[in-house]
Design a protein around this ligand. Structure first.
Ligand SMILES: Cc1cc2nc3c(=O)[nH]c(=O)nc-3n(C[C@H](O)[C@H](O)[C@H](O)COP(=O)(O)OP(=O)(O)OC[C@H]3O[C@@H](n4cnc5c(N)ncnc54)[C@H](O)[C@@H]3O)c2cc1C
Length: 573
């Protein structure tokens, strides 16, 4: 496998192709990347993510276009095919009622293509999904850490914690209802947040103490003191050794979390929609159905007098009744007015080979997923989940404090940074994580008794992806006001600050409810007000919070990589 690494200052230059894409149109409102932090278009040759390995699904969906030509018009255009775009399309189409219509034997890319005789009607609505790259879901969702863990004690407010828990439960139920746990490698587990220094451990305990009653039961604190008291009380108590983080100062164990193959979940959703809501006649004039077009970067948006929008793409223009921007870290490419509100930040991940027992070839099986937090010269904010055995690869990401300028403002994911890559390979085991087979301190990696020794692990893949950091750490969900380059019928759902898996699916439902004016279910779910895009919030945020990029330029010593588990609360405080 070829890995393109950049050294210090090695952020990739925009490719000629991308440069061309930004200039090949007559519109005068085409935004282009600038030195002020505006994102460019997704890189044409992204680094090789573990999750995007060639498969039968990728064979069906790479370069996929439902119709050879773009339609000239569409009811709804969704820009972006990650988890946000996919679930928005899902809720939009599901909400129409899904009447069954006989259309003959199925065709197209659906997994069940050719098997079903009936398809659901899209209720006269057509959805056009535009994806810049050749692979659907090849942005952050196809390049992340494979974690879905709601923040409970580390969420910025209890209502966001509740929303994340609801999203997690929704995804868990969705996977169960459709019988796809195996397909998407969904594994329900608990997550361990290991705090490696006293200062951050004290901070974490303080956050847990402040939790409202209803959320307190979701987390357990573990340190030497709780283990001792538990033993004295004669009960069963978790110890740091049980958690494999013997040398941490303490750990918070969260009840609800999961690991999964996020790309597989999203492409399952996309294939289901393609199969159930096929484009009817394929003549490219705004037919009803779900139309997915890859290799189609959106270059600009133009507001029309009748409240509709012209979506300008590399392949022609489309007139849309409404547009939903599901571009996350790339948002400011089309909405430069939001470049201080959603900042692209690059994150890096490695798939590491776990140490194998020399005698039997076995690897340790982890019962938990992990986050490692410390606040030292180089703050730690790494996250880890394990792939199923027998491979048991360790998907290990983070370490942005080792990236050039903490990778803030970087929207190119075609390179990995050498310093981060080396750090990730060298700083997992035996400290902070004990990878012995039986947690008792034997082969293949000995638990250190002192010091923070490490063993270099071999990487099968090393890759980067682009997150969308929100200025106040909450996503932006709603109609885009004129002051931000929007107007009626332009919507956004983005800015998850590196934490979209337990937010995006239900955030997508919330934006669909706003678009259609109809609740999807009678369950009382509401968008937390902290996530709503209102002019008042924009004003408040601009007056009261730091701009990630300005902060970087004016005070380079400021850490934009506060351990992300604590960032939300601290920035609001
Ligand atoms: C390395 C990394 C690790 C992460 N780990 C985790 C984790 O473990 N847990 C967690 O909860 N979150 C994690 N995140 C964050 C999470 O992946 C994101 O919040 C989430 O995937 C965002 O989904 P999305 O659909 O909004 O955006 P994306 O998945 O980024 O999708 C946006 C899509 O829009 C397309 N696009 C952009 N611009 C245009 C354009 N002009 N025209 C057409 N298409 C365009 C992109 O190509 C992309 O496919 C991680 C992110 C990264 C990068």
């Amino acid at each position: 496998m070829t890995i393109r690494e950049s050294g210090p200052g090695g952020a990739a230059q925009q490719t000629q192709q991308e440069t061309n894409m930004n200039t090949t149109t007559s519109s005068n409102i085409i935004p282009g990347p600038s030195s002020s932090g505006q994102a460019g278009l997704p890189s044409a040759n992204p680094s090789a993510s573990y999750w995007l390995q060639p498969s039968d699904v990728s064979q069906r969906l790479d370069d996929y276009r439902s119709t050879p030509d773009l339609p000239q018009s569409a009811d709804t255009v969704i820009v972006g095919s990650g988890i946000t775009g996919a679930f928005a399309a899902w809720f939009l189409l599901e909400q129409t009622g899904g009447t069954k219509v006989v259309v003959g034997s199925g065709s197209g890319a659906g997994a069940e293509a050719g098997k079903e005789e009936e398809h659901s009607s899209s209720g006269g609505k057509d959805i056009l999904m535009l994806e810049a790259r050749r692979q659907p879901c090849s942005g952050a969702t196809g390049r992340n850490g494979g974690h879905c863990q709601p923040y409970v004690y580390s969420a910025s407010t209890p209502s966001i914690a509740e929303f994340e828990l609801a999203t997690y439960q929704f995804l868990k139920g969705f996977v169960a209802e459709h019988g796809i746990a195996g397909t998407v490698d969904w594994r329900t587990l608990r997550v361990v947040h290991a705090y490696l220094t006293e200062e951050v451990w004290e901070g974490a305990q303080a956050l847990v103490e402040k939790l409202p009653e209803g959320l307190r039961g979701q987390v357990e604190l573990v340190d030497d003191e709780t283990s001792r008291k538990g033993k004295e009380g004669g009960g069963e108590t978790l110890t740091l050794r049980d958690l494999r983080v013997l040398r941490a100062k303490g750990a918070v164990v969260q009840k609800h979390a999961a690991s999964l193959w996020p790309w597989k979940l999203v492409v399952w959703v996309l294939e289901r929609l393609l199969e159930r809501f096929p484009v009817r006649n394929g003549t490219g004039t705004g037919e009803e159905g779900f139309n997915l077009q890859t290799n189609t970067p959106v270059l600009g948006l133009e507001r029309l007098g009748d409240g509709k929008w012209t979506v300008i793409t590399s392949r022609g223009n489309i007139k849309a009744n409404r547009v939903l921007l599901a571009m996350n870290g790339y948002t400011s490419n089309l909405l430069p007015e939001m470049k201080d509100l959603i900042v692209p930040v690059r994150s890096q991940v490695a798939s590491l080979q776990p140490p194998r027992d020399a005698a039997n070839g076995k690897v340790a099986e982890l019962d938990y997923s992990y986050a490692f937090v410390s606040e030292e010269e180089f703050p730690r904010d790494e996250y880890l989940m394990q792939r199923p055995l027998p491979g048991g690869e360790l998907i290990y990401g983070g370490a942005r404090s080792h990236a050039e300028n903490k990778a803030v403002g970087v929207w190119q994911d075609d390179e990995v940074e050498r310093g981060v890559a080396t750090y990730l390979r060298q700083n997992l085991a035996p400290y902070p994580l004990d990878l012995t087979l039986d947690k008792t301190g034997s082969t293949p990696t000995d638990t250190p008794t002192e010091g923070n020794e490490t063993t270099e692990l071999e990487a099968t893949h090393q890759w980067t992806g682009i997150m969308g950091f929100s200025r106040d750490s909450s996503p932006w969900v709603g109609r885009v006001p004129e002051s931000l380059g929007g107007g009626d019928n332009l919507y956004i759902c983005a800015g998850y600050t590196g934490h979209g898996m337990p937010q995006a699916a239900l955030a997508a439902r919330m934006i669909v409810e706003e678009i259609t004016g109809k609740p999807f279910a009678d369950d009382g779910l509401k968008l937390p007000q902290e996530m709503a895009l209102t002019e008042e919030r924009v004003r408040w945020v601009r007056e009261n919070t730091k701009t990630l990029l300005k902060e970087q330029q004016q005070a380079p010593e400021w850490s934009a990589t506060m351990p992300e588990l604590l960032t939300a609360t601290e920035r609001r405080a």
